[in-house]
Design a protein around this ligand. Structure first.
Ligand SMILES: [Zn+2]
Ligand SMILES: [Zn+2]
Length: 230
């Protein structure tokens, strides 16, 4: 069995809601691996704490936003993973996955988003760091509904139903993002089949993707996992 450390960082309108979303997504990913008999699991290693000093203010078309520079996050994830590997000797783990509630940016062009919506990874001395910002996956209007719910303490039945639907969509999008990044981390490229490795041009397209690997990609993933066992 191979493990991928998973952690998350950031804040959200409602901490309880975000915790629920994050854990649900990783639970579903582990269930996915289990049901398909893939010798792979996520291992939760706790929330990631970033010093507030890391945050930078960025002026965008939508106004000022707080963002994390990627370089700082990569370094933090690297040392966090090393520490975890030292404490967990005897299990196979050389990858770490972080979900962030903040957008990620870099001053280094080399790190430029290689894809519009999906994650970023970086390999350092044989260790793989994967980062996925939750922000682009958040359905429109969700934050606002949750803010209203938090301040008024209540939502009417229609609004509650809407929150439920939007949270479901949020989780579906994230789960696919997680599976996509995991695929890359085992050497899978983009594919043109009905497959989660089929890279989208828009969020609408992403919503049409199936939360699964096609037969080709699945075979490659199995082979990569088997290779790691030898
Ligand atoms: Zn990709
Ligand atoms: Zn595929």
């Amino acid at each position: 069995m191979e493990f991928i450390a998973f952690t998350y960082v950031g804040n959200f309108v409602d901490r309880k809601v975000i915790d629920g979303v994050v854990f649900n997504v990783f639970d579903e990913a582990n269930r996915f691996f289990d049901e398909r008999d893939l010798p792979l699991r996520f291992l939760y290693i706790g929330r990631l704490k970033l010093e507030p000093g890391y945050l930078i203010n960025l002026t965008t078309a939508d106004g000022k936003v707080m963002v994390y520079p990627l370089e700082a996050l990569v370094e933090l994830l690297y040392s966090r993973l090393l520490r975890e590997m030292e404490g967990q000797q005897g299990i196979r783990m050389n990858k770490i996955f972080a979900l962030t509630t903040f957008p990620l940016v870099s001053r280094n062009r080399y790190f430029d988003f290689y894809e519009k919506f999906l994650g970023i990874h970086e390999t350092l001395l044989g260790l793989r760091m994967m980062m996925l910002s939750m922000k682009p996956f958040e359905p429109e209007g969700l934050s606002k509904l949750l803010t209203t719910a938090k301040s008024s303490g209540n939502l009417d039945a229609d609004a509650k139903r809407l929150v439920k639907l939007k949270l479901r969509l949020f989780k579906d999008r994230l789960l696919k993002g997680v599976l996509h990044e995991v695929g890359h981390s085992f050497g899978l490229d983009h594919c043109h089949n009905r497959c989660v490795m089929n890279s989208p041009a828009s969020m609408e397209e992403w919503d049409l993707r199936v939360p699964d690997y096609c037969d080709d990609c699945m075979a490659k993933l199995r082979a990569a996992l088997k290779e790691g066992e030898d």
